[in-house]
Design a protein around this ligand. Structure first.
Ligand SMILES: N[C@@H](CCC(=O)N[C@@H](CS)C(=O)NCC(=O)O)C(=O)O
Length: 201
């Protein structure tokens, strides 16, 4: 049995989207980030980082949302896992790029401009993060102006990983990046994406 640790209100959202695409049954340990359940010796044994998501797939334990999605798509021989090595590499490229260039930057921007109580927001963090988000969206816009999808001719784990990570961008004004906007909508219009989103909102 596949067990997923992590609430939809976390980076586990991407994992929940992927299992929805694959139609997998799973046991859900709906732990929020930093919840007491993630601070136990049992959870630390699964992920010494203390973070979600983590999966336990019949005893195979894996953390890091991007790696989890690659593993699940490949294991279940999904069409979302590119068969062409070049497209596979592009899916990896964009997933790693997202983790490096957008993931925390976008979270920090939204938290320090909207989500945190006003007294806890730091304008300098919001501004510095937004600068990096803008640079990243400019890069994504160039790629998506050339190709409808990030890794080959169809929606793939690469698109899911990046679009999943850009959940908070669904609530931003993306008019400056029309190709990003259209691609993000295409990705999040998928039934499995909508189901994952409904678990969070
Ligand atoms: N690179 C990791 C990041 C995981 C991560 O930062 N998860 C957050 C929730 S979205 C967490 O569990 N934070 C708890 C903590 O910082 O202790 C991934 O993509 O899985």
């Amino acid at each position: 049995m596949l067990r997923i640790y992590g609430a939809a209100k976390s980076r586990t959202l991407r994992t929940l989207w992927m299992v929805g695409e694959l139609g997998l049954a799973y046991d859900h340990k709906d732990y929020l980030p930093r919840a007491p359940e993630t601070r136990t010796p049992e959870f630390r044994a699964l992920n010494p980082n203390g973070r979600v998501p983590v999966i336990d797939d019949d005893g195979f334990v894996l953390s890091e949302s991007m790696a989890i999605n690659f593993y699940l798509a490949k294991k279940h021989r999904s069409a979302l896992y590119p068969s062409d090595p070049k497209h596979e590499a592009l899916a990896l490229q964009w997933s790693l790029w997202e983790t490096d260039r957008v993931d925390r930057q976008l979270v920090n921007y939204v938290r320090h401009s909207k989500e945190l109580p006003e007294a806890e927001r730091k304008k300098e963090i919001a501004d510095a993060s937004w600068k990096e988000v803008v640079e990243s969206f400019d890069v994504l816009e160039i790629a998506l102006a050339k190709s409808a999808w990030l890794a080959g001719p169809a929606f793939s784990v690469g698109d899911l990983n990046v679009a999943g990570a850009l959940y908070r961008a669904l609530f931003l004004d993306l008019a400056k990046w029309p190709h990003v906007q259209a691609w993000l909508n295409r990705c999040w219009d998928r039934p499995a994406a909508k189901r994952a989103r409904a678990m969070r909102e």
